[in-house]
Design a protein around this ligand. Structure first.
Ligand code: NDP
Length: 278
């Protein structure tokens, strides 16, 4: 396959491992199409893939890696343990099944998908992830959808800080307090639904900035994330959009443009509230 030379910046995770700042998300990519779509993403130049046990398409991600001709160390793979598999032993078994479906010997990043606080087992689950990190089969470990109170509990119980928290984050939900907490604790912020599921791309402010740069609204939103230092994982099943979303490193938003997008925060979630979900 052709390999583009354009390179994605690497973010230093708190444990010393690097992670591409831009990756490709596969939530709601149909299992039967996943291998082909991830292969398109590899051709464009993406090298980081975000999947989860709950997406039921880990096998397609694994197939794409095997067919791509890329070596294992050229690809960064993230997967996640689902809410039903919280608890020490269940989480470990779920990890084994993910590895089997991915047909890999290790993952680069393993995340707890949601804290599911009502079940009360996320601390125990985190302890299982710490063991997987010690084994070397999860090179880095982190969480998703954790609020400060959940982060504090796992750090205190284990003494291990997650390297990253993957949270819903886009111009209509900017999460300033949570991002400040991450900075204080050296936790990388990864944005899920970085495009607000595509719903905010018609916004007048974003469209105005896009036309000033002769870029698309999606590129402007992704560039905003990149300039804030967020890791982003836009999803698309459309070849032109997969390509468009990758080309966000050759232009820059001005301070005024960043400020204008800052003004769009409305605290609007597209997904569930982590305080109650699961
Ligand atoms: P995104 O913000 O990435 O938006 C995806 C939607 O936007 C799709 O409908 C896609 O359409 C459309 N789109 C993509 N690119 C463009 C473009 N250039 N122009 C116009 N429309 C575009 O939302 P997701 O919810 O998919 O989030 C991204 C990833 O984040 C997921 O795939 C998953 O990996 C992760 N995630 C994690 C969660 C968690 O709880 N940890 C929860 C949700 C997501 P189309 O595909 O038809 O082209």
């Amino acid at each position: 396959m052709t390999t583009r030379t354009e390179s994605v910046p690497l973010v230093d995770l708190g444990d010393g491992n690097p992670m591409p700042q831009l990756g490709f998300g596969v939530f709601q990519v149909p299992p039967e199409d996943t291998a082909q779509i991830v292969l398109w993403a590899f051709e464009v130049g993406y090298r980081s893939i975000d999947t989860a046990a709950a997406y039921e398409n880990e096998a397609g991600v694994g197939e794409a890696i095997a067919r791509s001709g890329l070596s294992r160390d050229q690809v960064f793979v993230t997967t996640k343990v689902w809410n039903d598999d919280h608890g020490h032993d269940r989480a470990r078994r779920s990890f084994e099944r993910s590895l089997e479906r991915l047909d890999l010997e290790y993952v680069d990043l393993y995340l707890i998908h949601w804290p599911a606080p009502a079940a009360g087992r996320y601390v125990e689950t985190w302890e299982a992830l710490c063991e997987l990190k010690s084994d070397g089969r999860a090179r880095s470990i982190g969480v998703s959808n954790f609020l400060p109170e959940h982060l504090e509990r796992i750090i205190e119980a284990s003494g291990v800080t997650p390297v990253l928290n993957q949270i819903e984050l886009h111009p209509r939900l900017q999460q300033p307090e949570l991002r400040a907490f991450h900075s204080e604790h050296r936790i990388a912020t990864e944005a899920w639904s970085p495009l607000g599921k595509g719903q905010l791309l018609g916004d007048e402010t974003i469209r105005g900035i896009a036309s000033a740069h002769e870029r698309t609204p999606a590129q402007v939103v992704l560039r905003w994330h990149i300039q804030l230092g967020n890791v982003v994982i836009p999803k698309s099943v459309t070849p032109e959009r997969i390509e468009e979303n990758f080309h966000v490193f050759d232009f820059e938003l001005t301070a005024d443009e960043m400020e204008a997008i800052h003004g769009l925060d409305a605290g609007d979630r597209t997904g569930p509230d982590p305080a109650t979900f699961g």
